[in-house]
Design a protein. Structure first.
Ligand code: 13P
Length: 252
């Protein structure tokens, strides 16, 4: 069985003290079993947040990483640096990185491969725009993105991947995909993973949903067979709503 996951993508928010306070609150109140809780602060807060979470079961993710181990890449952060900070997960290919920083499918794939080689679990994001959905191109888009991101992976590597379906039209807009809309894409993607690797890899791969996840809509989403948790922006920035989401996932 797949353990549900609630991952908070804090994006470019919070000062150090606020991040530490939020991490502490989540660490002290989130369920300790039956759900994996992850938080992803900005990279300059990883060290302080790691300290705040040291005695808790909440795990740490980065929001991005470069594929190279070091080098002349001004402004970037490398995997070995994240390793030193107790980071276990890394969000890759978020639509905001693709849209605002021109990240390509090929770059996302290089990052996924590098993350796996360094023993991180990548949380690989994909999703369609509103225009793509309305013109019937959702499946073509998500299949292309997922195949590209997982290109060149061995089965053993694929077993450590977490996917996150984030329809771009649902991110930060208050418009959530309906549980049926999300389930349809999740099940489609699980079949693609099954075709690309094998059925057992597909069945064990967590596929999260992201896009205006809130305590009021999360229960119905996570009740769907192929929705294994949430990648959460806005609602992960408050202790109460994050903990509520973790409890909902815990009780599935
Ligand atoms: P919101 O939950 O704020 O819509 O953000 C979703 C997201 O992009 C998580 O990565």
């Amino acid at each position: 069985m797949r353990t549900p996951i609630v991952a908070g993508n804090w994006k470019m928010n919070l000062g150090t003290d606020e991040a530490v306070e939020l991490a502490r609150g989540i660490g002290e109140n989130a369920p300790t079993n039956g759900v994996t809780c992850i938080v992803a602060p900005v990279s300059v807060h990883l060290s302080s947040v790691a300290e705040a979470l040291a005695a808790s079961p909440v795990l740490l993710s980065a929001q991005n990483m470069h594929w190279a181990d070091s080098g002349a890449y001004t402004g970037e952060v490398a995997g070995p640096m994240l390793k030193e900070l107790a980071v276990r997960y890394v969000i890759l290919g978020h639509s905001e990185r693709r849209q605002y920083f021109g990240e390509t499918d090929e770059e996302v794939n290089r990052k996924v491969l590098s993350a796996l080689e360094q023993d991180f679990r990548p949380i690989v994001c994909f999703g369609e725009t509103l225009e793509e959905r309305e013109s019937g191109r959702t499946e073509a888009k998500v299949e292309f993105q997922v195949r590209a991101a997982l290109s060149g992976l061995t089965v053993e590597q694929a077993e450590r991947v977490i996917l996150a379906y984030e329809p771009i039209w649902a991110i930060g807009t208050g418009k959530t995909a309906s549980p049926q809309q999300a389930q349809q894409v999740h099940s489609f993607i699980r079949d693609i993973v099954g075709e690309r690797f094998d059925r057992s890899t597909a069945n064990s791969m967590p596929i999260l949903y992201g896009g205006s996840v809130k305590p009021r809509n999360f229960g119905d989403l996570i009740d769907e067979k192929d929705i294994d948790g949430g990648l959460v922006g806005g609602a992960s920035l408050k202790v109460d709503s994050f903990v509520e989401l973790a409890r909902i996932a815990h009780s599935v």
